[in-house]
Design a protein around this ligand. Structure first.
Ligand code: ADP
Ligand code: MG
Length: 287
């Protein structure tokens, strides 16, 4: 199987490394790059898409240096970048045709793909609206649609749910998993719930380095025994005796269910840790 491989990749801005000695091999799966702001996610994606050159290290696809592959590599990549304030004056339709032309598609092929992709992301009905005038969710779906032009083997998405309401988040998540067949998908996000159901592998980035990586269940299993759940009467008074770190509070009638990491009074029942809890634990000290 062809893979995208990063070997000891470092990207420095001045003296500080935004990405520090990153090595990883990506195959046909959904990968989540998870980390708080400033952890190096965008830098990593810009390197993978050949929009940035590493300060040191190599990035190879199927054994060939991506920067040397030039157009043949770019033809395999679909990229939805983080900022979404571009092309506000274009209609969704014009935007799609514009992106299709940048990818070198002829008119006939563009007609077919724009039609199919707008339909796929459920934007056909608003295709004549200007990008500047649609919701954050629609904009993100448009960004996803343009990234899918040409059926790329490698799909790279930077914060695909930024500025999107919860319902749309679910729609975008479902779309990503629908298109994932036979592709390497790399999603950068700081929102755990965006990826915990769809990612095959999670790479947790902390200050430009891999803090942890693996399948979500495997990562969570590493925290086994440390999370407990208690039912308490509603109200903040009942929280005052808790020793550990509260990871979630779910109200339920007059009571609430509270999940606690390292609850050293030993109350409650042990539960399987969530990815959110792992994330909280990894970034506990200082984001
Ligand atoms: P993330 O996407 O996880 O928020 P970034 O890759 O954008 O992280 O940034 C990682 C680090 O690199 C941050 O400390 C950021 O300030 C720094 N950085 C990013 N881009 C630049 C740049 N063009 N010039 C200088 N520093 C940068
Ligand atoms: Mg970023």
């Amino acid at each position: 199987m062809k893979s995208l491989e990063l070997v000891n990749v470092t990207k420095k801005y001045g003296k500080t490394a935004a990405l520090d000695d990153f090595s990883y091999s990506f195959e046909n799966r959904i990968y989540a790059i998870l980390g708080p702001n400033g952890s190096g996610k965008t830098t990593l994606l810009n390197l993978i898409t050949d929009n940035l050159l590493p300060t040191s290290g190599r990035i190879e696809y199927d054994g060939k240096e991506i920067h040397e592959m030039k157009a043949s590599y770019r033809a395999m990549i679909g990229f939805a970048p983080q900022q979404q304030s571009l092309y506000e004056g274009l209609s969704l339709n014009r935007f799609m045709y514009y992106m299709a032309s940048l990818k070198g598609l002829g008119k006939k092929e563009a007609d077919i793909q724009v039609e199919m992709l707008l339909d796929r992301v459920h934007l056909s009905e608003v295709r004549n609206k200007k990008l500047g005038g649609v919701s954050g969710g629609m904009k993100q779906r448009a960004l996803l649609a343009q990234a899918l032009i040409g059926d790329p083997k490698i799909l790279v998405l930077d914060e695909p749910t930024a500025g999107v309401d919860p319902g749309e988040r679910i729609a975008i998540r479902n779309l990503i998993s629908e298109v994932s067949d036979d592709k390497t998908i790399i999603i950068a996000t700081h929102i755990v719930s965006d990826i915990e159901l769809i990612a095959d592998k999670v790479i947790i980035l902390k200050k430009g380095r891999i803090a942890m990586d693996g399948a979500p269940a495997e990562l969570c299993a590493g925290m086994k025994g440390r999370v407990r759940e208690v039912r308490l009467a509603k109200g903040k008074d009942s929280l005052s005796g808790i020793k550990g770190k509260i990871s979630s509070i779910t109200p339920c009638g007059n009571e609430m269910t509270v999940r606690i990491i390292d609850n050293d009074n030993g109350n409650g029942t042990e539960v399987f840790p969530s990815l959110e809890e792992l994330f909280l634990d990894v970034f506990e000290q200082k984001m």
